[in-house]
Design a protein around this ligand. Structure first.
Ligand SMILES: Cc1cc2nc3c(=O)[nH]c(=O)nc-3n(C[C@H](O)[C@H](O)[C@H](O)COP(=O)(O)OP(=O)(O)OC[C@H]3O[C@@H](n4cnc5c(N)ncnc54)[C@H](O)[C@@H]3O)c2cc1C
Length: 412
């Protein structure tokens, strides 16, 4: 833990994971003379948050469209800036590939967004896909042929590196970071001269402005958010191809694939090229379907995927990716907080007169936007306002209705 004094800071960030680390960095950019403190419950980087798991997908041609496109374009510039400053490949500019029947909704929505925003892209037919990216084994001849949309501005993110370097940039600019320190309560106005009192496992500290970015633990500090944010368990799986060549980052973008199987079922997977040089992340956001049973949920919580679900997913992974063995070589379990409308909470906490900004409920989609969401949180704290922030991200004082401008975002 670094310096515990002074006990008063101009700005404090609670939770220094994905969004909090970026907010910490952005506070030091926006308010370079200010004193800035980050407080993190676990180690500086750790495996318990929503950001662990080797890679995350980044897309510019987001089928969610609308308000998300300008923000993701800003985020891309910031990811490239992080690469430049760190000298590390935090962002891997390998492109993003959507594969599926040309008339599948995810494909037509993506094309509509590309056209609306004039985004760079390339369309491949089945023959073009087979030639450029032969790892995608053709779907059954009985089903619709594959097409593909290549989003050249997409890519992958190394999430642990992203968190570590955002913190690093903040520390280099003079911020303090208390790790292994749990925030127990946030009490606006309870400190001297109306400052916000932050009670922590290492003692009290005060700050003029506070950003709360405690991820899946949102309701620990804001119990009313429990009704708006549900924490979901998200597994990741890695598979083993015998020939890795076509799966290496120089040969494969991050990808999403939809297949309508011969029996009419829709099968979705997403993944990233091989980062470790031998296995490939191919996964599925929802291993338990729309109607989880207590048994399947319990299995996920205790670190196991339901056998039957995993067997079917593995068989299809093996069938639809060239030369892939039909059992995973690695499974990890993660979590994220999902809002009822899948738009994040990124706004001032009610009744705090702008003293507290809450940034949580990232709904399976927070990594790609992390630098820009961190920027917005910092702008809200420093100036009280952010031009980039959609009103639909308001702190939900009632059950927030989805904005017409938003098509709910999906995992990845
Ligand atoms: C398996 C998986 C795959 C995903 N794939 C993608 C993808 O491909 N693309 C994409 O854009 N997004 C993806 N996401 C979503 C993205 O990773 C999350 O939305 C994002 O990481 C959430 O960030 P966060 O800051 O809210 O939470 P976190 O990163 O978990 O940060 C919260 C931090 O707060 C700390 N904390 C909690 N309570 C306290 C306390 N009381 N005191 C102090 N500190 C506290 C925690 O320790 C943690 O470090 C995926 C998520 C998962 C789980």
């Amino acid at each position: 833990m670094s310096n515990h004094t002074p006990t008063h800071y101009d700005y404090a960030v609670i939770g220094c994971g994905t969004i909090g680390s970026m907010a910490l960095w952005q506070l030091t950019e926006l308010a370079p003379e200010a004193s800035v403190l980050g407080i993190e419950r676990f180690d500086r980087v750790h495996t318990k948050g929503s950001y662990s798991g080797e890679s995350r997908l980044f897309r510019v041609a987001l089928k969610e469209g609308g308000i998300y496109i300008p923000m993701v374009q800003d985020a891309r510039r910031m990811w490239l800036e992080m690469n430049e400053r760190s000298g590390r490949d935090i962002f891997l500019p390998v492109g993003a590939l959507s594969v599926g029947p040309a008339d599948f909704p995810a494909m037509t929505q993506t094309m509509a967004v590309i056209e609306e925003f004039g985004l760079d892209h390339e369309v491949l037919d089945a023959a073009g896909l087979a030639e450029r990216f032969p790892v995608f084994a053709a779907a059954s001849p009985d089903t619709a042929a594959d097409a593909a949309i290549l989003d050249p501005a997409g890519g992958g993110i190394r999430p642990e590196l992203a968190v570590a370097y955002a913190q690093e940039f903040a520390l280099a600019a003079g911020a303090s970071l208390w790790d292994n320190t749990r925030v127990l309560a946030v009490e606006p106005g309870a400190g001297p001269e109306g400052a916000t009192l932050i009670r922590t496992s290492a003692g009290d500290v005060t700050a003029d402005k506070v950003i709360v970015a405690n991820g899946s633990w949102a309701s620990d500090l804001y119990p009313d958010l429990a009704g708006h944010i549900s924490v979901q368990c998200i597994p990741l799986t890695w598979y083993l191809p015998l020939d890795i060549t076509g799966f290496l980052p120089e040969n494969l973008p991050i990808f999403m694939r939809d297949i309508i199987t011969a029996d009419g079922e829709i099968w979705h997977c997403y993944g990233a090229p091989s980062i470790d040089g031998y296995s490939v992340k191919i996964s599925h956001g929802d291993f338990i379907g729309d109607a989880p049973t207590p048994d399947t949920l319990e299995a996920l919580r205790t670190g196991e995927l339901p056998d039957e679900v995993l067997r079917v997913f593995s068989e299809r992974t093996s069938a639809f990716f060239d030369g892939m063995l039909d059992a995973p070589v690695r499974i990890t379990l993660h979590h994220d907080g999902f809002t009822t409308d899948h738009a994040p909470v990124l706004g001032h906490a009610p009744g705090t007169d702008g003293a507290v900004t809450v940034a949580t409920g990232m709904s399976g989609n927070g990594m790609k936007f992390a630098p820009v969401y961190g920027r917005i949180a910092a702008e809200l704290a420093v100036t009280g306002h952010s031009d980039r922030r959609p009103d639909a991200f308001d702190y939900p004082t009632t059950d927030r209705e989805p904005s017409a401008a938003i098509i709910p975002a999906t995992l990845h």
